[in-house]
Design a binder for this molecule. Structure first.
Ligand code: PLP
Ligand SMILES: N[C@H](C=O)CCC(=O)O
Length: 436
């Protein structure tokens, strides 16, 4: 494809004249990797087609929601049926009760749930609820964890903010983030020190349990255990942001993964998004009844939304959640994802490229580093120029990974062994060309 025949280029020019940066969310702009974003025409299964009708194997899946792949027949049918019944009512529906029942049955730490429309809204509301329920203002977040773009959370976040090299967004006054304490991920002594200093003023600790906004970095089991213990000891709430990991890494979400190593482990509040909407704007937050009853109209913490619990989005989410509960779904998804990470590792080893990867369920990450990073500072040691070379080499071969090294990747149930093999073959070709 020459620049003169690439139809993505004029589309991007048109978009840039009308939409800041030509995109409606910064990470889509290819700013970190350079070049022209692919404008998607349509998608099916594990693939999408761009403006040139070129096919790509899609390892982003709308940044996580498309766990079944694109256009799953059961989901399509549910959405079409719901759309015929009405787009939005601004009044309760049976379907949102069904979705609440379905989610609560799968994540036992939640007794009640509130549906919203984006992960940002859910995270922001969870912080307000934690503050309202505890009567405290301060909270802890960790460097490299992204919890959406609410003002008080937009400090040393990963994902798009990392790409743009800003610690905090412009437009966020210092007073708004004065109660946000930012600590290093996986640093137990620092966490203990912060609790010793501020423990009784803390409303909550908010954490991505398996952080997907600094590529993929797991909270170590001892670190997560200490977060839980300290929150309990000081009366702060532990808020797990499972917008990305929820129903993506396991049927019981990341909290079920930690519960295997930390007996009885449960967060106080859980924030969900992405998979629970199956690709439609839907997110949620939930927890024990005693905390959730602080929300309006029962309690004094206000939270609302015109489109919350939207009937078409809830139909899409419900159909998706029903599919992922089918026998062996997560075993098969995990095995496919593992085969991708192992294949990439073998290809990199064969070409002498430093590489390490990790995965859980249908979420994966990799680094052009010899060892897996444990925190954001270590992630920053990745050579971004080499990552960009890898990104474009794969893109030229029809493989679409996230256009930034701070993002996790996603495998869906629609990805086949052939898709993985084609990806590994392409990656080996690119590894050969990487400057050593
Ligand atoms: C862990 C996490 N929390 C919150 C968000 C915000 O969700 P949304 O983009 O739906 O606002 C995202 C993704 O953007 C995320 O990955
Ligand atoms: N890293 C973000 C969410 O997971 C990427 C999605 C976005 O902000 O557009």
């Amino acid at each position: 494809m020459t620049p003169s025949t690439d139809l993505n280029i004029p589309l991007f020019e048109r978009a840039k004249a009308l939409i800041p940066g030509g995109v409606n969310s910064p990470v889509r702009a290819f700013k970190a990797v350079g070049g022209t974003p692919r404008f998607v025409k349509r998608a099916q299964g594990a693939y999408f087609w761009d403006a040139n009708d070129q096919r790509f194997i899609d390892y982003i899946g709308s940044w996580g929601p498309m766990i079944l792949g694109h256009g799953h027949p059961a989901v399509l049918e549910a959405v079409q049926k719901a759309a015929l019944e009405g787009f939005s009512f601004g009044a309760p529906t049976e379907r949102e009760v069904e979705l609440a029942e379905e989610i609560l049955s799968l994540v036992p730490s939640m007794e009640m749930i509130r549906l919203v429309s984006s992960g940002t809204e859910a995270g922001m509301s969870a912080i307000r609820l934690a503050r309202g329920a505890t009567g405290r203002s301060k909270f802890i977040k960790f460097e490299g964890c992204y919890h959406g773009h609410a003002d008080s959370l937009l400090v040393k976040a990963g994902s798009g903010l990392a790409t743009f090299g800003n610690a905090t967004s412009a437009g966020v006054p210092p007073e708004v983030v004065q109660h946000t304490i930012v600590l290093e991920y996986n640093n137990i002594p620092q966490l203990e020190e912060a609790f010793a200093l501020h423990g009784r003023e803390l409303a909550c600790v908010m954490i991505e349990p398996i952080a997907g906004n600094m590529n993929l970095v797991r909270a170590s089991v001892p670190f997560m255990k200490r977060c839980r213990e300290l929150c309990t000891e000081y009366g702060a709430l532990l808020v797990l942001d499972e917008v990305m990991t929820g129903f993506r890494v396991a049927l019981g979400s990341a909290q079920s993964v930690y519960a295997k190593s930390i007996p009885g482990f449960q967060p106080d509040l859980t924030v969900l998004g992405k998979v629970i909407g199956g690709g439609m704007p839907l997110a949620a937050f939930g927890g024990p009844r005693a905390i959730m009853e602080h929300l309006a109209p029962l309690g004094g913490v206000y939270q609302a939304g015109t489109l919350s619990g939207n009937p078409v989005a809830t139909a899409c989410g419900l159909a998706t959640l029903r599919e992922i509960q089918k026998p062996d779904f997560f075993d098969a998804l995990s095995a496919r994802t593992r085969s991708l990470v192992d294949g990439l590792q073998a290809a990199a080893d064969a070409e002498g490229v430093p590489f390490c990867g990790d995965c859980e369920g249908g979420m994966f990450g990799f680094f052009l580093l010899p060892e897996l990073p444990q925190n954001y500072a270590q992630v920053l040691k990745t050579d971004s120029a080499r990552f960009n070379q890898l990104f474009h080499g794969l893109l030229d071969r029809g493989i679409y990974i996230a256009p930034a090294l701070y993002e996790a990747g996603f495998v869906s149930a629609a990805h086949t062994a052939d898709d993985v093999a084609a990806t590994v073959t392409a990656a080996r070709e690119v590894f050969k060309t990487l400057s050593k």
